[in-house]
Design a protein around this ligand. Structure first.
Ligand SMILES: [Zn+2]
Length: 329
């Protein structure tokens, strides 16, 4: 009996330690915007016919690819994990990558095009994304490439490959018998957030406008932060109001909830509304930003979300945007 107790105690302790290590790894990866050593393997998940998401088990960015008889379209790729996406495409089909679409101009979504160069895909982004990538992200990419810091080893010998084609507003692509509705939703998480809807497959790619089971990050390009919490709520409202026949909204980070539909968007919206209301109350009670960060209690519904470190920096943003905009309703 005693030995059973001891064994289970040791098991529990080992389990807790393992969880702690995973949590610390995850927090440090996000805090530094980079991964030390090799990132863990992504998981390939089939979301609908011909639609696959490469899901990151620790909450780094996801990539999605759609296979058609005429070739493959990829949505988002990260220089740190794009090799895994390319390997999965090669395992899944003999078709070439024909298009790459970017959700927003952050390093974890817009830097992986280099891995697809052999297939010479057309890379599509918005004009604003092009500007951000060329003016900010490229400088950071080149800096990391030139650095001897082992955290940036993955950048060695690679280049930031930017969009070939820039658009404003919306773009409809007919490709391989499918319709790809590519929409510049505006500026909420980043300066130019793009979604992609494939009606025939009832899937909708959200980029970082949706994160599941993880605290959302602030849109960032070369350490310049853009997220606007008010716009984010309004943008989710607009997408929900379309009432599209969508089975699955694919998140930029976190697990894909296949078949959960609009409930994922509603949860994300509730998250921002609750944060806004709680932080407003704390400001009214005279709290400083440091006090808000130290005392903020995550509501039960979101208690299981990963990466609390991201919440801390987001609270700073909420605090200042609430002050600056006069406690928007
Ligand atoms: Zn991201």
């Amino acid at each position: 009996m005693t030995s059973t107790i001891r064994t289970s105690t040791i098991r529990r302790a080992t389990g807790t330690l393992a969880l702690l290590i995973v949590a610390l790894w995850s927090i440090s990866a996000f805090a530094q915007g980079s991964v030390q050593g090799s990132p863990p393997a992504m998981v390939q998940r089939k979301i609908a016919d011909d639609v696959y998401t490469m899901e990151h088990p620790l909450g780094l960015s996801n990539s999605t690819f759609v296979v058609t008889p005429d070739g493959v379209l990829v949505f988002d790729a990260d220089i740190r994990t794009g090799d895994q996406v390319m390997a999965a495409i090669r395992r899944t089909t003999d078709k070439k990558v024909k298009y790459l679409v970017i959700s927003h101009p952050s390093g974890d979504h817009a830097t992986g095009a280099w891995y697809f160069r052999e297939d010479r895909p057309l890379i599509i982004g918005t004009r604003k994304q092009m500007r951000d990538l060329y003016m900010q992200e490229r400088a950071e990419f080149d800096e990391r490439k030139a650095s001897n810091d082992p955290r940036f080893a993955v950048y060695k010998g690679k280049d930031l490959v930017g969009p070939d084609m820039g658009f404003d507003g919306a773009l409809t692509l007919q490709f391989g018998g499918l319709t790809f509705q590519i929409t510049e939703e505006g500026s909420a998480h980043s300066t130019s957030d793009v979604t992609m809807y494939v009606p025939q497959r009832r899937v909708f790619m959200m980029g970082d406008l949706l994160d599941t089971e993880i605290h959302p990050g602030q849109g960032e390009s070369a350490m310049v932060f853009f997220s606007n919490a008010k716009n984010w709520i309004a943008m989710l409202d607009r997408i929900i109001a379309r009432r599209l026949p969508v089975d699955t909204y694919i998140p930029g980070h976190g697990p894909v909830h296949i078949g959960r539909g609009v409930a994922d968007l509603e949860e994300q919206r509730r998250y921002f509304v609750v944060m806004r209301d709680e932080v407003s109350k704390m400001i009214m009670a005279g709290k400083t930003v440091e006090q808000v960060q130290a005392e903020f209690k995550v509501p039960q519904e979101f208690a299981h979300y990963q990466s609390p470190g991201r919440l801390k920096s987001f609270l700073n943003l909420f605090y200042h945007q609430l002050l600056e905009r006069g406690f928007w309703p």
